[in-house]
Design a protein around this ligand. Structure first.
Ligand code: NAD
Length: 401
């Protein structure tokens, strides 16, 4: 059966799911789009030839014939949008984070029970060939009993500047704490791979670099007025990384993009952008059975990448997702490189964006689904992230129930 999907929020993420549906029209059909930005709405209409709505309420109150609504609006809007859609009888493909507070997450979880609706959280990393392989290796027993897992997320200096200094996730109150916004994926991976409950969390971190006191001498408030040689110069970064420019301009011509950039939020000096989320944070977790884990997130890397080390009683596993590098190092024996199916790793998030859509198709067609990220289990990752934020602020160990 062709899965009928409606999109609420046709931004970066919403348009990725819609494009996948369009390119796999034997499996999916985009039946409606709600988007407040008139330019994006026109693009959606042209791409999908479906009804488009300025007000999302009009979409769900129309004769909407959809199996599922993808909610890809900003973090703070998720509870209102998700609960209203479920109340109307729709299942939800919900972008992470589920919500920006634990209370918001729990409200969505209880609404899913009350209205008997599926909420599939876009923890897309679970669907990548890389992490799927890691999970298979753990489950095979080849590593022995797992005792410690270390993960790190290296955000990339330019990505940090775009998303977490100048862009939508720069302010904790208006969006999410950094550890939730960026690393609920990693908490989900830890909880899924370890397969046990996280019991205690400690964390340290701060906003150390992207602050006014670190602004170079003679730098201006906006990059377009600045003569200082700086790796964060907006004009250079947005010319190079066009996907980031999509957050403020739907133009394709660089001269037009540059015009929209000038004196916008995205042109602001990274040292004076009014951001308050951390630029590095380390977390330590204690799981049932004495298993320990740690996760670090930092802004200061040249490339965007995630790495992992898993220590079992028989062997160690090391990997870097973006390089599809995975190696088992059995004790006293030769290290073994693990092959990863690269035919499915080219898409967004190491193939996770496509992977979640495939699983969605399987779900609605009664086909086997292994790793579906229903809110019931995805909420664990959010509890870990909220605990890490509390632990960081209060400098205490937070005990999870
Ligand atoms: N799964 C992942 O790995 C991943 C990656 C990036 C972002 N995200 C999450 O996805 C969500 C969307 O992020 P994005 O990067 O696509 O941001 P975005 O700003 O590109 O998209 C949000 C879209 O929602 C639209 N919108 C806002 N309010 C609306 C409303 N009331 N009705 C209709 N449309 C509305 C905006 O105009 C925009 O087009 C966020 O929650 C974000 O944290 C998830």
């Amino acid at each position: 059966m062709q899965v009928k999907i409606a999109i609420l929020g046709y931004g970066k993420r919403g348009s990725i799911y819609a494009r996948y549906a369009q390119n796999n029209s034997d499996k999916f059909k985009v039946v409606a789009v709600a988007e407040i930005d008139p330019v994006k709405r026109e693009i959606a209409k042209a791409n999908h030839n479906c009804p488009v709505f300025e007000d999302w309420r009009d979409m769900i109150n129309s004769n909407l014939n959809a199996d599922i609504i993808a909610i890809a609006t900003q973090d703070v809007d998720h509870p209102e949008h998700a609960i209203a859609c479920m109340q109307k009888g729709f299942d939800i493909l919900l972008e992470k984070p589920i919500a920006t507070t634990q209370e918001g997450c729990e409200k969505i979880l209880s609404a899913s029970k009350e209205y008997n609706r599926k909420v599939i959280v876009c923890h897309v990393l679970r669907y990548t060939p890389f992490y799927t392989k890691v999970k298979q290796i753990i489950d095979s027993g080849e590593l022995g009993d797992i005792l410690a897992v270390y993960t790190s997320e290296n955000v990339g200096y330019y990505h940090q500047a775009h998303s977490f200094v100048r862009g939508p996730w720069k302010n904790k109150e208006q969006s999410s704490p950094m550890i939730l916004a960026k690393c609920c994926h990693d908490m989900d991976i830890l909880s899924w791979l370890i397969g046990k409950k996280c019991q205690k969390v400690a964390s340290f971190g701060s906003l150390s670099y992207f602050k006014e006191e670190n602004a170079p001498k003679d730098s201006a408030n906006y990059c377009s007025d600045c003569k200082v040689d700086c790796v964060y110069k907006a004009q250079e970064l947005y010319k190079k990384y066009r996907w980031m420019a999509g957050y403020f301009s739907q133009e394709t011509d660089w001269r037009k993009i540059k015009k929209e950039l000038t004196h916008s939020e995205y042109d602001k000096c990274v040292f004076r952008a009014g951001n308050d989320v951390v630029d590095h944070q380390a977390c330590i977790f204690s799981f049932e059975g004495g298993i320990t884990a740690s996760h670090t997130m930092d802004a200061f890397s040249d490339k965007i990448y995630r790495d992992i080390k898993i220590h079992g009683t028989k062997a160690e596993l090391v990997g870097i997702m973006e390089q599809n590098f995975l190696e088992i190092r059995p004790f006293g024996a030769k290290a073994k490189r693990i092959k990863i199916d690269k035919s499915k790793t080219a898409g967004g998030h190491g193939g996770g964006d496509e992977g979640i859509m495939e699983e969605l198709y399987n779900t609605y067609n009664g086909l086997p689904t292994k790793y579906i990220t229903l809110i019931d289990n995805s909420i664990e990752s959010h509890k870990m992230a909220f605990a890490a934020e509390t632990a960081r602020i209060t400098e205490t160990i937070v005990h999870l129930k």
